[in-house]
Design a binder for this molecule. Structure first.
Ligand code: ADP
Ligand code: MG
Ligand code: MG
Length: 883
């Protein structure tokens, strides 16, 4: 096996394609060399050595030392310098680099090879002892920190004291002798703290640094970063050793970082920062304020510090040419690191640059227009989830944030408003034209109206899939959930946040994108859906196979869905219509009625309301398919709870509160999620399904008259596990349809189908498909019932599962392909075997998750349905899945 790959002098053993082996940094250094760009020579120890290192108690393969020795000779042949040489010593950097970019997560050591002897040689050779000792103190500081584990703050103290004594406030003011002094103090400090001297042997230094870089793969920062970005531990890091070039050699030297296009706006303009007389880490560390690279950016920033363009025009011009060449070569915006040593430009790194969603769109569209990439490629360049940033107002990045609490980023976007603790107050404020932030310990279905009225929702309990989170995402409202350190006191109407007590009416801002609660109002930026965004969407629509529908029931949601490009409604949850205003009372009357007659009387009140809702919905969605699900939630959820609510319903039913309370108690369920819900309701009380069917068909007739373009009606029966359940309910639906057609003398075409959300339904899908004309996978319930966990209770232990590596991802967020996915696949196959043209879709939360959308495309579903605000994301993800 070959463990080491060299680069330098216009040649390289590796190339950009060797990313897995050499890490992004090593592979691109090799590629830049082969392109003939000025890159200091060096070599990369492969990530396979990293795996070896961890599999063999942190030791190395036998032949590694020999290969490293040869590679050092390679550097010597290019530079004429050898490590530890007393006349022309070679100094190197030892750099980490994995196949995925993990900026700043692992360690790097610069100026390695300096000791008491070589520092003098460098001072002699350059005639610049200040530079030599500046480099030495940097090396000691970095090496002690990274390799010897000494906190760098001990050095900072020494340096601060030295500067104070000398009356300087910037590092660059220190002379050679000053640095010499500092170096002596550093070394003494190390001996004092670690009881061993700073290593003088450059070989020992080199292997110390290589070991430290491999070890940094497992440091806490890197481990956390990998977990957050789903980067497997097995990838490992490579180590690149590279001849040093010096940006700290005086006023003709500099170091900087740049992007070939602006990473926040996407504008096609070189954008970057640099520091004169400095080394790499100074720019990031923020020791001095960096200067703009281009004159234009300097003017725009109103800075009085000269630009690189101004002070080093030749190096600047060369850098522009290199930047251009690299962008064209990689056909993507590059993030560059460079150093200028005595006027000569050296390239130290290139990689695809991170960018905001807005910049990503602009860059992809412009690169396609420039002919650099194809339109299909442009579509692939956008991270679907990142579009979320653009669909909601966001906090101005320049704004100051006073964070008073953090929770989960449950639903993106930002909003400011007055704190309210009840849904009633939220509605009250809205009716007065004021903005409310609904703050609850947790929310329940009864809070829907309050959530609608509020600008944003904050809960102190519950996970990413808690009621508040799911509903908020569905509504496109910002939500922070599970902000556990905050205390809500409903009785006194206060919110205790980091020692501060906020009252009802106090102003807060919610940043749902990152899960922050901020004090006061904060300036916002509004979303913009035209321009580059629109173009990418258009290109995506041309490329995708699956249709994208929305989950929507209110007129508002339906309009939003259409404006975001939804091609129909995949799930209309009729129960949401029952929580509004006076309806809940009629609903409760219906549930609590003791007889069919009582129920029918209450249903008669609900019928016109429901019909009116449907007419409006069908008008908005004219010409498109609309899937309506019959009543699904357990009746338990609708039961009155407070004395006040009980009295209200009792009065409406003309019975005593006590009697009603008895009835309520008899309907109580221990586990409503697995209780009297779904099609079970329609079987116990067929009149409910009949009322709903009537409302649907009558509305369809009305809406078709109004618009001339009827909706494609699909009626969906929830929670079917047995074929006979579906047969029973379908018979009722068909009977009502026949009645309405007879009464109106208008033919209505419609489909009856079912949700597949129980394992039994998936397994028996061939038989169920004999009755069902479509399947819609309800993957929320299917995940619950397949795993046997309740999503309302799972957040407490799913997090632990993720931390302990039992599961990689929350199965309620991204579909569990191996388990739940297998059931979906099975049901799809069985359904098609029975009914080849059966319509297949998904309407769970997963319908808006890009990874799950890929899966849906693979199993050949016809459409995905997701919350309106995720429609653009789904359109893009579906296009990428088709590619
Ligand atoms: P990171 O992955 O954290 O960016 P790097 O390995 O890129 O770490 O090193 C950080 C900085 O150190 C670089 O941006 C560069 O400025 C400086 N650096 C690294 N290697 C060299 C070198 N051979 N010569 C001069 N500076 C270097
Ligand atoms: Mg770097
Ligand atoms: Mg369900």
């Amino acid at each position: 096996v070959k463990w080491v790959y060299t680069f330098g002098d216009g040649k390289a053993e590796g190339s950009a394609g060797d990313r897995n082996l050499l890490g992004g940094k090593g592979a691109n250094l090799a590629e830049m060399c082969s392109l003939g760009l000025p890159v200091p020579p060096g070599f990369t120890i492969t990530s396979e050595v990293c795996s070896w290192f961890y599999e063999h108690e942190r030791s190395y393969p036998d032949t590694l030392a020999k290969e490293v020795g040869q590679a050092l000779e390679h550097i010597a042949s290019v530079t004429g310098r050898t490590i530890g040489d007393s006349k022309k010593p070679l100094l190197v950097s030892v750099r980490s680099g994995s196949r995925a970019s993990m900026p700043g997560m692992m360690d790097t050591v610069l100026n390695l090879g300096l000791n008491d002897e070589t520092v003098e040689a460098i001072a002699q050779e350059t005639g610049d002892p200040r530079f030599a000792y500046d480099s030495y103190r940097r090396f000691i500081q970095m090496y002690s920190d990274v390799v010897m584990g000494l906190d760098h703050s001990v050095f900072e103290e020494i340096l601060e004291d030295a500067k104070a004594n000398l009356g300087h406030d910037v590092d660059t003011a220190l002379t050679a002798d000053d640095w010499k002094n500092v170096v002596a103090q550093y070394k003494a400090k190390i001996e004092e703290e670690l009881e061993e001297p700073f290593p003088q042997d450059p070989e020992q230094q080199l292997w110390g640094a290589i070991g430290a870089v491999f070890s940094s793969w497992m440091n806490a920062r890197a481990v956390t970063y990998r977990r957050l970005h789903n980067i497997p531990e097995s990838w490992g890091t490579a180590v690149s050793v590279q001849a040093m070039v010096f940006g700290n050699m005086g006023d003709k030297s500099a170091t900087g970082v740049a992007f070939t296009r602006n990473p926040s706006t996407g504008e096609k303009k070189l954008y970057g920062e640099f520091l004169v007389n400095a080394q790499g880490e100074d720019v990031v560390a923020g020791i001095r304020t960096p200067q703009n690279i281009t004159e234009e950016a300097r003017i725009a920033a109103g800075s009085d510090k000269p630009s690189l363009e101004k002070i080093m025009p030749a190096a600047f011009a060369e850098f522009c040419a290199v930047s251009d060449k690299l962008e064209k070569h990689y056909t993507d915006m590059q993030d560059l690191e460079f150093t200028i040593e005595n006027g000569k430009l050296w390239m130290l790194q290139t990689r695809s640059g991170k960018r905001t969603a807005k910049a990503a769109l602009k860059i992809a569209v412009e690169m396609a227009d420039e002919g650099l990439i194809s339109r299909d490629e442009a579509v692939l360049r956008i991270e679907p989830a990142s579009l979320d940033q653009l669909l909601h107002p966001t906090i101005d990045p320049k704004a100051k944030r006073e964070v008073i609490g953090t929770g989960l980023p449950a639903s993106p976007g930002a909003a400011t408003g007055e704190i309210v603790f009840s849904s009633e107050d939220a509605e009250q404020l809205k009716s007065e034209g004021r903005k409310a932030i609904l703050v609850r310990i947790e929310t329940s279905p009864e809070d829907i109206h309050g959530m609608h009225a509020a600008e944003a929702i904050l809960t102190t309990r519950g996970g990413m899939t808690s009621h508040a989170a799911v509903v908020a995402r569905g509504m496109g409202k910002p939500c922070v959930s599970g902000a556990g350190a905050l205390r809500v006191d409903y009785r006194n109407e206060t919110l205790l946040a980091m020692g501060v007590t906020l009252k009802k009416g106090d102003i807060i801002t919610i940043d749902g994108g990152i899960g922050q609660v901020l004090k006061g109002a904060v300036p916002m930026l509004q979303p913009e859906l035209s321009g580059d965004f629109g173009k990418i969407m258009e290109w995506a629509d041309g490329a995708r196979r699956m249709k994208v529908r929305a989950n929507a029931e209110t007129p508002n949601d339906a309009r939003t869905a259409r404006s975001f490009g939804a091609e129909g409604i995949g799930l209309c949850r009729t129960e949401h219509m029952f929580f509004e205003g006076e309806r809940i009372i009629a609903m409760r009357e219906m549930i609590l009625a003791e007889s069919e007659k009582g129920r029918r009387a209450a249903l008669d009140k609900l019928l016109p309301m429901q019909r009116a809702d449907f007419i409006e919905l069908f008008e908005i969605m004219h010409g498109l398919p609309v899937t309506i699900r019959l009543l699904d939630p357990p009746l338990h959820e609708f039961l009155p709870k407070t004395d006040e609510e009980i009295a209200e319903v009792a009065a409406a039913m003309k019975i005593s509160s006590d009697k009603l309370r008895e009835r309520t108690e008899s309907l109580h369920e221990f586990n409503p999620m697995l209780g009297h819900r779904g099609c079970r309701l329609a079987i116990s009380y067929p009149e409910i399904a009949e009322m709903q069917s009537r409302a649907i068909f009558e509305a369809a007739v009305e809406a078709a008259k109004l618009t001339g373009a009827p909706v494609e009606l699909e009626i969906m029966v929830p929670l079917v596990g047995l074929r006979a359940e579906l047969d029973f309910v379908k018979a009722r639906i068909d009977a009502v349809a026949a009645d309405v057609m007879k009464e109106t003398e208008i033919k209505i075409s419609y489909l009856v189908g079912t949700m597949i959300e129980l394992p039994r339904a998936a397994i028996r899908a061939n038989s169920i498909a004999e009755a069902a004309e479509f399947f819609s996978f309800g993957t929320n319930d299917l995940t619950q019932t397949t795993f046997g966990i309740s999503r309302d209770d799972a957040s407490s232990f799913l997090m632990t599962y993720q931390l302990k590596g039992i599961i990689e991802q929350d199965p309620f967020v991204s579909i569990d392909v191996d388990g739940v996915g297998e059931l979906v696949k099975l049901a799809a196959e069985k359904g098609r075997a029975t009914r080849p043209n059966i319509k297949l879709g998904i309407c769970g939360e997963h319908g808006g998750d890009p990874a799950s959308i890929h899966f849906c495309d693979q199993v050949g579903l016809d459409y995905v349905s997701c919350s309106p605000f995720r429609v653009p994301i789904a359109r893009l993800a579906a296009a990428q899945a088709s590619a």
